[in-house]
Design a protein around this ligand. Structure first.
Ligand code: NAG
Ligand code: NAG
Ligand code: NAG
Ligand code: NAG
Ligand code: NAG
Ligand code: NAG
Ligand code: NAG
Ligand code: NAG
Ligand code: NAG
Ligand code: NAG
Length: 812
């Protein structure tokens, strides 16, 4: 625990009653559990970062699932602490540059130190309950290693600071040594490593070229590592190494030449090793290790470090990071009921919210491909995961950041031709579905058109970026854009068409996402007053019907669940894909992952699931599926028979879709069951990968009693897990409060179904959705809850959430 953490806890403990509640409201970081989803495939990053910061200081383990470096499973050893990470991603292990390791395993001095990743690694100490002795809070991470060194991490925007507390040395060989690893990162893909050690100053510069995690590209990354020493009073003093040298594999070579620059053109494992005089022979030695990172040059990495953390002030840097998090997280506030679950639910809410602000990361000024004064955001991994819930959540409380991300996306489109889709480490990575940046830009514009000038977003540039997706065939739709020519010509993606610009797979799931992307574009066109385009793209948004085969049933399933999205041929005939394909009940156990080179037409989920993905026209989908009663039966079948796959994004909306059949109570019950079954405060407390915060935003909405429809002004409504939740919007300077007047907890049987809604005391006609006005103007929404799940949306069809075929979506 850092002194600053101690201070916060002491301050909290000293407070009581209302004062304590007040303090808690100001320190929402204290409700964030960073260790949710850090083992068993969650791939969550639990280290130190600013909101959307580029530097992400975290522990790296030898776990094969260490996509974000960390794994809470004690069987995995620590190989270092590095400054760049993604969070929640799949693909190969990404980034994790440059690993710093406190080395004590040197039986006979410098030349005997174990330096390679495999030989130097050590387990963490365990607590009495057998779990690892790691701690994290927003902006801070600490661990105790079995080699006796305590490591603490914090981060600023482009630099991290590590505090290594070495034990008193046993003998003269055991002086504190720091290993700076150049090559062991990004799945061990390094080429052309370059290392410089300035023995006089102790500055280490590092660079190498690596493979992107989920794409064909490679990238250069640069680091600048410098040292200082902390005395017992926490005052910082400069420190120079007393010995240093380069290592290859397990062979460190001491070299005491001042300011020696060492170049290395090859070598699979390369780094630097520096030894420091112990502070005293009896006491601990506290070394501060500052790492600046850059994608441009080592000079820039050094400049980033000097600008961000000029004085090696560990506690000050950690406190500033926590303050940034508190400012952001504190925009959402909840009142707690007196039920026993409430404290935990608050932790779950803030922990989920926290994870939505790790990436995309602000790499402005770090784009190696072109120079621009516009923001440059990276680590979109991928829009396919995040367009559904993450950005509509950002709309509620963080429009300034949202605008910067949108500007960065537009700038990339202007230089590369298409909106980034799955960018990582400055490289294009593989697209999983459609051009899912379209609904993200649409989401921003529908909600912030009137603030676009203030937020620096040019509407014409935004619209042009969308048109590029919709109209221009890219050289490779695996990496950017979409199969635009074929989509325009056929209104679906024929499975038997030979096309040279991308892989002939996932034609159905891509088409459904293209249709939704076109809907988002139609919304923007409508706002811009471009009626012709609005009509054109509304038409294309309706193309989902072209993949609808009305005659398909589930083998062995109910005969009256008929009709499914299916692959279609050039001549208009449908091909048959078993609706269970790629589901947990798939008799052939297909995965439909990108690397499965599937010829299926569906990406990572089943036809049953994809047949529910038409957010722009759910009324039409209900009709195609036989009307509300049959639609409800189908939803029940999907969920009850295990076809709803909570671990993956394509089906996320399914539990909330009962709204469109006028049974919002069933959505409430189903979404609450998802939370209680799949989201909790444990290290594996989320289903599947967190996917750059996609799962975090999903859980957040369910806990808040809302569900978004991206690129529209509507949020579907259920009841929150708290008697009150509010959202402060810093651009509008308004607060929207949703209050459940007769809240009585979340137990099954409690009144949780919305029976009646008032907005600022006036009756509101729908129990099923709220308008954006509530969040824009600030309002108090009061919900009256009932135990009866048979409640309807309201008196007539106007209470149902909008759909294209029932009048469309208002944009003002
Ligand atoms: C120094 O101490 C370490 C740790 O106790 C031990 O492994 C090593 O053999 C010692 N070296 C010498 C030269 O005594
Ligand atoms: C590590 O050890 C220190 C004492 O040296 C203790 O204060 C701290 O709580 C331990 N755990 C972590 C995660 O830092
Ligand atoms: C819980 O709060 C409700 C009002 O919100 C109150 O009626 C009830 O008595 C409280 N229960 C307990 C156990 O304090
Ligand atoms: C569905 O089945 C009906 C009745 O057999 C047939 O007329 C129709 O052509 C079929 N539709 C498709 C798209 O295969
Ligand atoms: C379309 O093509 C497929 C494959 O060649 C063929 O089996 C099918 O009969 C054709 N359908 C029509 C309506 O011609
Ligand atoms: C669908 O079929 C099941 C029996 O398989 C039946 O219980 C149900 O009522 C039917 N639903 C509709 C809407 O016809
Ligand atoms: C916590 O969530 C995980 C992931 O969804 C789930 O596997 C586990 O059963 C949950 N644990 C509890 C105690 O509910
Ligand atoms: C924001 O609103 C509050 C009242 O709710 C007001 O006191 C404050 O001055 C406003 N801030 C700005 C920047 O307009
Ligand atoms: C909903 O609440 C409002 C305000 O209390 C009231 O006027 C209205 O009659 C209520 N409607 C229903 C259906 O209960
Ligand atoms: C933008 O301003 C116009 C004119 O005041 C208004 O009608 C519209 O609702 C506003 N749009 C949004 C998204 O707030």
């Amino acid at each position: 625990m850092s002194p600053s953490t101690k201070y916060w806890l002491a301050a909290l403990a000293a407070l009581t009653g209302a004062a304590q509640a007040q303090n808690a409201a100001n320190d929402p970081s204290s409700f964030v559990n960073l260790f949710i989803g850090v083992t068993n495939g969650g791939h969550v990053f639990p280290g130190a970062t600013l909101p959307h910061g580029m530097a992400k200081a975290g522990m790296d383990t030898d776990s094969p699932g260490a996509q974000a470096g960390y794994d809470a499973d004690p069987q995995f050893n620590v190989v270092g602490f590095s400054s760049l990470h993604d969070s929640g991603t799949g693909g190969g292990i990404s980034l994790s540059h440059f690993k710093i390791f406190p080395t004590l395993n040197c039986p006979n001095g410098f030349d005997s130190c174990l330096t390679s990743a495999n030989s130097r690694k050590v387990p963490r100490k365990l607590k009495s309950d057998g779990t690892v002795d790691d701690f994290a809070s927003p902006g801070y991470f600490s661990t105790n290693l079995t080699n006796g060194v305590r490591v603490e991490l914090t981060a600023a925007s482009r630099a991290s600071l590590q505090r290594h507390t070495f034990p008193a040395p046993n003998n003269a060989s055991q002086i504190p040594r720091i290993n700076v690893d150049v090559t062991n990162a990004a799945g061990g893909s390094a080429t052309t490593p370059l290392l410089g050690i300035n023995g006089k100053s102790g500055r280490v510069t590092a660079a190498a070229n690596f493979q992107a995690s989920f794409g064909p590209g490679r990238y250069n990354v640069f680091g600048c590592v410098e040292f200082a020493r902390e005395t017992s009073g926490r005052s910082v003093q400069p420190v120079a190494p007393i010995e240093w040298g380069v290592w290859q594999s397990n062979t460190p070579l001491v070299d005491l030449t001042d300011a020696k620059q060492i170049y290395l053109g090859f070598g699979s494992e390369v780094g630097g090793l520096l030894g420091f005089r112990p502070t005293s022979s009896k006491g601990e030695t506290v070394l501060l290790v500052r790492t600046g990172v850059s994608f441009i040059s080592t000079d820039q990495a050094c400049a980033n470090a000097a600008a961000d953390i000029p004085h090696f002030d560990f506690d000050g840097t950690a406190a500033a990071a926590r303050a940034s998090w508190n400012d952001l997280l504190g925009r959402v506030q909840v009142q707690l009921g007196n039920q026993t679950d409430q404290q935990d639910m608050r932790k779950l809410l803030y922990s989920s919210l926290y994870r939505t602000h790790i990436v995309p990361a602000d790499y402005s000024g770090e784009n190696p491909a072109w120079q621009s004064t516009e923001p440059y955001y990276d680590s979109f991994y991928c829009n396919w995961d995040t367009f559904r819930t993450l950005y509509p959540l950002m709309s509620l409380h963080d429009p300034e950041r949202f605008a910067l991300i949108v500007r960065g996306m537009i700038n990339i489109q202007q230089h590369e031709g298409w909106i980034p889709e799955c960018r990582g480490a400055t490289q294009q990575q593989y697209i999983q579905g459609g051009s899912d940046g379209d609904p993200i830009l649409g989401e921003f514009f529908v909600k912030y058109v009137n603030q676009s000038a203030k937020l620096g977003v040019n509407p014409a540039d935004l619209y042009n970026a969308l048109l590029a997706s919709a109209e221009n065939l890219p050289p490779d739709w695996n990496l950017m854009g979409r199969q635009a020519d074929v989509w325009k010509e056929f209104g679906y993606l024929p499975a038997d068409l030979v096309a040279p610009n991308g892989a002939p797979t996932k034609e159905v799931s891509r088409a459904l996402e293209y249709a939704f992307g076109d809907f988002a574009i139609s919304q923007v066109a409508k706002i811009l007053g471009n009626t012709a385009d609005a009509e054109k793209y509304v038409g294309r948004a309706g193309n989902f019907v072209n993949n609808w085969d009305p005659n398909v049933t589930v083998p062995g399933g109910p005969k009256n669940i008929t009709g499914m999205m299916q692959l279609r041929l050039l001549n208009g005939s449908f091909m048959f894909t078993d609706p269970r394909h790629c589901s947990v009940n798939d008799p052939t156990h297909s995965t439909c992952f990108l690397d499965a080179r599937n010829m299926d037409g569906f990406y990572e989920s089943s036809p049953l699931t994809y047949s529910q993905f038409v957010p722009q026209d759910m009324a039409k989908l209900v009709e195609l599926q036989g009307g509300p009663a049959a639609f409800i039966e189908r939803l029940n079948f999907i969920i009850d028979e295990g076809y709803f796959d909570v671990t993956d994004e394509p089906g996320q909306q399914i539990p909330f879709m009962y709204h469109y059949a006028d049974r919002p109570g069933l959505s409430t019950a189903r979404s609450r069951a998802v939370i209680s079954e799949f989201f909790n405060l444990t290290i594996d407390g989320l289903p599947g990968n967190d996917d750059s915060g996609a799962m975090g935003s999903y859980a957040f909405f369910y806990l808040a009693g809302l569900y978004p429809v991206p690129a529209t002004r509507q949020y579907l409504l259920a009841s929150p897990f708290f008697p009150e939740i509010s959202f402060f919007n810093p651009v509008f300077n308004t607060t929207a409060t949703i209050r459940a007047t007769n809240f009585a907890g979340n137990d099954v049987g409690a009144p949780v179904f919305v029976q009646n809604v008032t907005i600022n005391g006036e009756p509101w006609h729908s129990n099923c959705f709220l308008e954006w006005d509530v969040f824009e103007s600030g309002a108090t929404v009061e919900l009256t809850l009932t135990e009866d799940d048979a409640v309807a949306c309201g008196a007539d069809d106007s209470a149902l959430p909008p759909s294209l075929s029932t009048g469309g979506f208002d944009v003002v």
